[in-house]
Ligand binder design. Sequence first.
Ligand code: ADP
Ligand code: MG
Length: 390
Amino acid sequence: MSGKKHSSLDRVLGRLDTLDPVNLTNLVQRLAREHAVFEDIFNALQEGVLVIDTEGEIEYANTSAQRLIGLGADELTGETLWRLVPGLRPSLGGALDDDAALPVVAREFELTYPEPRLVRLYLVPFRGGGREQSRRFAVILSDITRDKQSTEERIENERTSSVLLLAAGVAHELGNPLNSLTIHLQLMERKLKKLKSSKETESVAESIRICRDEVTRLDGIVSNFLEAIRPQPPDLAETNLGEVLAEVLAFQQRELADRGIILEAETAADLPRVMADRNQVKQVFFNIIKNAVEAMQPGGHLRIRSRADDDNVYLLFGDSGAGIKQEDLVRLFQPYHTTKPGGHGLGLMIVQRIMREHGGQIGIESKEGVGTVVTVQFPRKDRRVRMLTS
Ligand code: ADP
Ligand code: MG
């Protein structure tokens, strides 16, 4: 509402008693229209909007607020916000009682009804309504359940890749010196055996044995560590790959948008089910999409399609990126093969391992300067057992 309009309205309101019935009717109609416009605007908002008084009593709730809290307009009017958000009233402290400046509040809280959700709340004081200029709060509620989940997933993915990075480092950095230690300890033992046995040589031999035991122990620690980061055998369940893909895309959407990538995902709604480990499949899709995105410039296209035949379900990830050099094609799945400055070269190795453990396959087609298509193939759950023809 512009300040000018407001003050002209104020002027009219100031002359209320001088208005004739026609003008009064006009005024009432105008007010009703304006009220309806603002009501519409508030109801179009995705955020919940509440107006409460200093007792926490709810005077107004837009439709989003009603939906978030899970109560109708009737149930909400007269309800107090302090009851809905425990701990909010105490955090406002004594500020409500005296005439001191009211605080602005931002906090997160959980709603359990009608379903568990995480809500961010902003509470802003204002003075308004009527002559007495009573003190009120505007309350803005946003549903941040999804943000929170995707942040947690992001952290989880980043943790996975940093563990892999660490593992790659450990394998490289410890493997070589451990080998060299073993060889030199063996050499020392051999040389020692050629010397005349004495108390001295025996004590050196004992030290060498201790060193070899320790080297063996270190070797064991490294192998166990590498063992530990290997993916678990898949926990198979009936899975709709389209759903899993949608989840991964929702999570990567922001990165796609930030990099100016145009996404065209057309997967069949009736894609046959496969037996798969949802989390591992997510890891597969995540890695493939990430590689595609990293190969493209802003304006690049990521095209995802699905296909099924009697035996398999296929997902195709096509990008318009840099493509892969012919000589690199054979090394794609090798651990630590990367052409990226910050890459660790483990993504496709993991994808391949997971696909194999699912009885599936991964295929890559690429044209340098044109783009790459990565195809993953999963056996259908209802795969027909081929009859031997007589
Ligand atoms: P990283 O991403 O850490 O390099 P990956 O195993 O995920 O390791 O991939 C290995 C290499 O394969 C990449 O460095 C890149 O050279 C190549 N590659 C994978 N996917 C694509 C793609 N869609 N387009 C172009 N090159 C790709
Ligand atoms: Mg990668």
